[in-house]
Write a protein that binds this ligand. Structure first.
Ligand SMILES: *[C@@H]1O[C@H](CO)[C@@H](O)[C@H](O)[C@H]1NC(C)=O
Ligand SMILES: *[C@@H]1O[C@H](CO)[C@@H](O)[C@H](O)[C@H]1NC(C)=O
Ligand SMILES: *[C@@H]1O[C@H](CO)[C@@H](O)[C@H](O)[C@H]1NC(C)=O
Length: 275
């Protein structure tokens, strides 16, 4: 005889009756679907999810890095993200559903910087990621290749001849060739904007969305000065650690959506290009 509460559970969560209840020694870091365990391989041959970089037959390109424990992290030298996801309620422990929790530094993986990141008075005034202009974060823009032998200086910016009127530019650099976002430790020798490069962009272009392919738009030696140049006007939005591998330079429709985190000076962001 089935009790009423149990009957309700079976109606609400019918899937719980069909799952195996074998005990697992660790809830995470194994991310479901990223590895095929021997147990599930035999039972669930058609239950392997497809993980894509491209959708719609090549029309939609995902330029966001997948969050994994191995992502290099913004933590000085040799750091990676480590565990950021936990499963405090697990069906394997007898819970009625799986229920994960996330603890994530806001400037990890593909993310956006708000003005409060480097200006304390902007932070106090509330210029957080919730105040970022979605119109800047969504619209036509350019993917450009930057000369590989230099950081992004004023000279380099000049040489790119980005026309006035272009408001969104994703800068692909040596970082992509070196696959720095696929290394499992932070590398300070990445390419970014020098202070004069940032200043040149601010003074001589209409660019309001600056995207780059490593964890900072600013080169390590000009870390704070470059951020200050970009963020002072509060008109420019910085998107960092984009995944720009294997994409043709050119014009795309760029779409980036940060989380609405009240009071946060940064946020993970999902960015796609549409052809
Ligand atoms: C579920 O079991 C795993 C593995 O023993 C453990 O790490 C986790 O803390 C448990 N969660 C709960 C809610 O008991
Ligand atoms: C989460 O729930 C699914 C069923 O939806 C189950 O197969 C899986 O083992 C659960 N994962 C964990 C870690 O308990
Ligand atoms: C860019 O600058 C960093 C220091 O911030 C340096 O380590 C790196 O070698 C430079 N890269 C190039 C290509 O000049």
């Amino acid at each position: 005889m089935i009790s009423l509460p149990l009957l309700l559970l079976l109606i609400l969560f019918p899937f719980s009756t069909t799952t195996t209840t074998s005990a697992s020694s660790v809830a995470y870091p194994t991310i479901p679907g990223t590895t095929v365990t021997s147990a599930s391989a035999s039972q669930t041959e058609n239950l392997t999810p497809i993980r894509r970089e491209v959708y719609g037959g090549g029309k939609i390109l995902d330029i966001t890095h997948r969050f994994t424990n191995d992502l290099p992290a913004w933590d000085g030298e040799d750091a990676n993200l480590g565990q950021f996801l936990w499963l405090p309620l697990s069906m394997k422990n007898g819970s009625i559903a799986n229920f994960s929790k996330l603890k994530l530094p806001m400037h990890s993986g593909t993310h956006v910087d708000a003005p409060g990141h480097v200006f304390d008075h902007y932070f106090d005034a509330g210029f957080d990621v919730d105040t970022l202009d979605l119109e800047v974060l969504n619209g036509p823009g350019l993917l450009v290749d930057v000369p590989r032998d230099s950081n992004i200086t004023a000279e380099v910016m000049k040489s790119l001849h980005i026309p006035r009127g272009v408001r969104r530019v994703l800068f692909r650099t040596l970082n992509t060739d070196r696959r720095l976002m696929f290394q499992n430790k932070f590398d300070k020798s990445y390419v970014g904007f020098t202070r004069d490069g940032a200043k040149w962009l601010v003074d001589n272009t209409d660019i309001k969305l600056v995207g780059i392919d490593y964890l900072s738009v600013a080169s390590w030696t000009d870390l704070i000065p470059s951020h200050l140049e970009f963020l002072e006007s509060r008109e420019i939005i910085l998107v960092e650690a984009l995944k720009l591998d294997g994409i043709q330079p050119g014009i795309y429709s760029i779409h980036c959506l940060p989380l609405r985190l009240l009071g946060a000076e940064g946020s993970p962001i999902r960015c796609i290009l549409i052809k």
